[in-house]
Ligand binder design. Structure first.
Ligand code: HAM
Length: 429
């Protein structure tokens, strides 16, 4: 049998990994400026965390989870998303008792969803996400959105669109829910079987149905914005005022419904509008979830967050032709000639590395010419030549590849010389 990576997963090979590292370093720097701290939670959780957290009636829980029984007979699920897991950790570790409130967290993590793979849709996907717990201040909603927008801006993306909506509080949602049931009931036989199920369990999700999106009843469906009570409307207005104040452009889309059950009040998504980006354009989704901590057994604690797909982010950077700086050069390639030099070569290589200098050598018994070729392929800045004569004289030849100049120096001055040259002569004599 030919071994292949499972459908919907990919290997990320060394040159491409640099793109990931670059993106991660920019984003981590932004998190630091916004005073968010990193959290790492397990790759898998008790299935109940997602059933209760994400919601039993969602596609994620019903169709997409990688769930299995472990050897101890427990139902375990590979995390399909980070929010329920982070809130579980918040409750379990009693972070609500910490003196620093709200608790502002971020994560980079793989998620697992059994979806139909296509461009931009993976079964193992990577998300960068943030979650803020412990504040119901609309300024936090705006801060979380600003953080997301800063990431895209500092990575150089131009063609992005922020869409926001409010799902209101419990009362607003109940009123809207009843209006949706009344609205869709007469058409229910014309809708797909999923929507027929959703009508009484979760009618809001009908608005998010891909199969029925062109049905005439969709366009005329009652909007949540018409059902927001005074408090919810005032909250949403505040969020918008903060975004306006920060000059963050957005569009209000009353049909924006998120595919997870925990949301209330602010919901938002960011799409790529780059030409040729492909059919799936949503780069990020998020929103407020004021009942999730209580749902998972903790004290009533408001929360808000988002997650951005990193595969889709890299696709967007490519679609907008944004070049990512990579460092493919090697400081030194050590070229040892003759068997006698072997031990010294290994020792020297180690000394260079211990002194912070990047170095490599041949391990395949290549001839001198082939070793030079290898040094070229690795884009070595310096080739260090150690032959039997140099070994005897305790010297080494340093060849600067850019100019082709070379000089022979005492071996014990090598580190000093390289350090000075590699650091551009900035070391103190
Ligand atoms: P979500 O909308 O399910 O939200 O996912 C967020 C983002 O993850 C999507 O916008 C997309 O970029 C990426 N994504 C999702 N599924 C896939 C997939 N199969 N392949 C590639 N990328 C994908 C959540 O996960 C929530 N936990 C977000 C959140 C955090 N809400 C509050 N806090």
């Amino acid at each position: 049998m030919k071994m292949k990576a499972p459908r919907g997963t990919v290997d990320i090979l060394p040159p491409k990994v640099q793109h990931w590292q670059y993106v991660e370093s920019i984003i981590k720097n932004i998190c630091d400026r916004f005073n968010f701290k990193e959290i790492r939670t397990p790759l898998f959780e008790h299935t109940e965390v997602f059933q209760r957290g994400v919601g039993d009636t969602t596609d994620i829980v019903q169709k997409e989870m990688y769930t299995f029984m472990d050897r101890g007979g427990r139902s375990i699920t590979l995390r399909p998303e980070g929010t329920a897991a982070v809130v579980r950790a918040f409750v379990e570790n009693k972070l609500y008792g910490s003196v620093n409130q709200p608790v502002k967290l971020y994560y980079f993590a793989e998620m697992f969803r059994y979806e139909r793979p296509q461009q931009g849709r993976m079964r193992q996907l990577n998300q960068f996400g943030v979650e803020v717990l412990g504040s119901a201040d609309p300024a936090i909603d705006a801060e979380v959105i600003a953080l997301a927008m800063t990431c895209y801006k500092e990575l150089g993306l131009q063609s992005i669109k922020l869409v926001i909506n409010s799902l209101g509080d419990k009362e607003s949602r109940t009123n809207h829910r009843n209006a949706l049931v009344d609205h869709f009931d007469p058409h229910i036989n014309e809708l797909c079987s999923d929507c027929q199920n959703r009508l009484h369990h979760n009618p809001l999700r009908i608005l998010d149905c891909k199969k029925d999106m062109d049905h005439p009843s969709m366009a005329s469906a009652p909007s949540i914005l018409d059902y927001l009570n005074e408090e919810s409307a005032a909250y949403f207005n505040k969020v918008q005022a903060y975004l306006d104040g920060m000059n963050i452009p957005y569009v209000v889309d009353k049909n924006l419904v998120r595919g997870l059950d925990y949301y209330n009040h602010t919901a938002f998504e960011i799409m790529s509008e780059a030409e040729g980006f492909g059919a799936i354009t949503t780069l990020l989704g998020g929103g407020r979830y004021n009942n999730l901590a209580a749902e998972l057994g903790g004290p009533d604690t408001p929360g808000i967050g988002f997650a951005m797909g990193l595969e889709r982010l890299l696709m967007a950077l490519e679609a907008e032709d944004i070049s990512i700086p990579t460092d493919d050069q090697l400081d030194c390639y050590l070229l040892a000639i003759g068997e006698e030099t072997d031990t010294k070569a290994v020792e020297l290589l180690n000394t260079l590395r211990q002194n912070g200098i990047q170095a490599d050598k041949d391990y395949q018994g290549k001839k001198m010419k082939a070793q030079f070729k290898q040094a070229d392929r690795l884009q070595a800045k310096y080739v260090l030549i150690l032959g039997e004569t140099e070994l005897e004289n305790e010297t080494i030849i340093v060849r600067t590849m850019e100019t082709g100049e070379q000089e022979e120096i005492p071996m014990n001055q090598l580190v000093d010389k390289l350090e000075k040259e590699l650091l551009g002569g900035s070391t103190i004599e």
